[in-house]
Design a protein around this ligand. Structure first.
Ligand SMILES: [Cu+2]
Length: 472
């Protein structure tokens, strides 16, 4: 049994993983230098996730990453599993396991030193295409690394077209790289997308077509995979979508350490120990404390109730590091009160997110901040919108892509809407509304403040179709 260990524990105890990873990455990069299409090479492996390169022979294996759907967690588990096998073989260390970076742990939110020092090309784990603060050893923002909201959701997926948030993402009819019109899964949004943007700052980790070229990508995804295990361990009805045959049986293609083509589907990766021969070093895990007053219930299947939105047809264009929007409940629901939470949950819905190139920022969302100019308050913090994998993709790419997806999934029936990605992120505001009500600070008005995680401006304009408020 292979044990995936915490990178900070390895650094403390002098484990062999880091030296082995270094060797493995170097060997894989050398393979790509000799032959860019070596399936066990560094670049080919990164291309499987995403690339702007086109090659008639290899297109069918590239741009396979699954985002904004319920395949997000399962596809990335398969992806890093085969990558780990390739590194193990390339490093010559039969005991190599991919470490994970638990940036949410106190004192572990700084990019591990081997990935930033020495900061030059002699260090194969160093990448200059990251946010400066990250390579300089600054801790990730405390809000960004908070995964407790994601873990609080009990339902793995939400139905096609539903605005309901879920832990793992929305249902799709078959594999698709950037799915729509689904609501992004909570784990995918935060911490996953948020950490991508915080590390990348407009560089490689901000861009799904380049992200897997950064050696830290794989430790980030090892951690996301571990958090999936942790979510399951919380129980209380949490389970994988084993009754959904699309999730269970859709096949994805990878390459093993011998360069042989391999196929895998959801049913093959349900139990890491018995099916993939690895566990995490913190198993069995103790549940982390839930955020205050989070209710462990799935959104009811009933239709969400529309409460209000920013003006219809008026696209929101974000070019600054902060912005504010006010939403009043529509007259029919003017008597809205959010309490009690067991009867009603409040969701902020950011619809139709897009940008022309990775903006290199994420937006923290605050609700009804006090009017004075004090710094954003924790009790008003709703969550962070992670801006990763939300680029619109041109039509020819979408067509070419859906063609080979049909090959991989014969009965795929892709809705036209799925080809026109308009990502939606839903953040639950129930706790904040409730806390403000209890303190008598709630006015029946939603004033939504967006602030970038590093207070910097987006590198590219970020657009939302609108921001809406729903109760579930
Ligand atoms: Cu990722």
């Amino acid at each position: 049994m292979q044990i995936r260990r915490n990178i900070y524990r390895i650094l403390e105890s002098g484990g062999s993983e880091i030296a082995a990873y270094r060797r493995g990455v170097e060997v894989m990069k050398a393979r790509s230098n000799v032959n860019p299409n070596d399936t066990t090479g560094w670049i080919f492996q990164a291309n499987i996730h995403g690339t702007s390169l086109r090659n008639p022979t290899f297109n069918q294996f590239w741009n396979q990453c699954q985002h904004r759907s319920f395949f997000f967690l399962s596809w990335h588990r398969m992806y890093i599993y085969f990558f780990e096998r390739i590194v193990r073989s390339a490093s010559g260390d039969a005991k190599f396991s991919l470490p994970y970076w638990n940036y949410s742990e106190r004192n572990q939110s700084v990019l591990p030193e081997p990935f930033r020092i020495p900061a030059n090309s002699s260090n194969t784990l160093y990448v200059s295409q990251r946010r400066n603060q990250i390579n300089q050893g600054q801790a990730l923002p405390a809000n960004s690394v908070d995964y407790r909201r994601a873990l609080s959701f009990v339902n793995f997926f939400s139905d096609i077209g539903s605005l309901a948030p879920s832990f793992g993402g929305g249902v799709v009819s078959g594999p698709i790289q950037f799915a729509n019109p689904n609501v992004t899964g909570q784990m995918e949004n935060q911490p996953h997308n948020v950490i991508h943007g915080d590390i990348g700052g407009g560089g490689w980790m901000s861009d799904p077509l380049l992200a897997a070229r950064d050696p830290i990508f794989w430790l980030h995804h090892s951690n996301i995979d571990r958090l999936w295990e942790q979510w399951l361990n919380q129980g209380q009805g949490r389970s994988n979508p084993v009754n959904n045959s699309t999730w269970m049986n859709s096949r994805f293609i990878f390459f093993n350490e011998n360069g042989q083509r391999q196929e895998m589907s959801g049913k093959d990766i349900l139990d890491t120990a018995s099916q993939l021969d690895y566990v995490y070093d913190d198993k069995p895990m103790t549940p982390p404390p839930p955020p205050p007053t989070v209710s462990f219930i799935a959104p009811r299947p009933s239709q969400p109730q529309f409460l209000g939105s920013t003006p219809e047809g008026k696209v929101i264009q974000l070019t600054a590091n902060a912005a504010e929007f006010s939403i009043s409940p529509i007259p029919q629901r003017a008597a809205f009160t959010a309490l009690p939470v067991e009867k009603q949950r409040v969701m902020l819905v950011f619809e139709g997110i897009e940008y022309d190139k990775p903006p290199g920022v994420n937006y923290e969302v605050y609700l009804n901040l006090p009017d004075d100019n004090s710094a954003p308050l924790q009790e008003n913090y709703v969550g962070t919108i992670g801006l990763f994998a939300m680029e619109p993709h041109n039509h020819s790419h979408a067509e070419e892509h859906s063609e080979h997806q049909h090959m991989a999934h014969e009965h795929g029936n892709h809705d036209a809407a799925e080809k026109h990605p308009k990502p939606t992120v839903v953040l639950e505001a129930t706790n904040v509304v409730e806390a403000l009500q209890q303190q008598g600070k709630w006015s029946n008005q939603f004033r939504i403040t967006l602030v970038t995680t590093y207070q910097d401006k987006p590198l590219s304009e970020v657009r939302f179709q609108k921001i809406s408020v729903y109760t579930f």
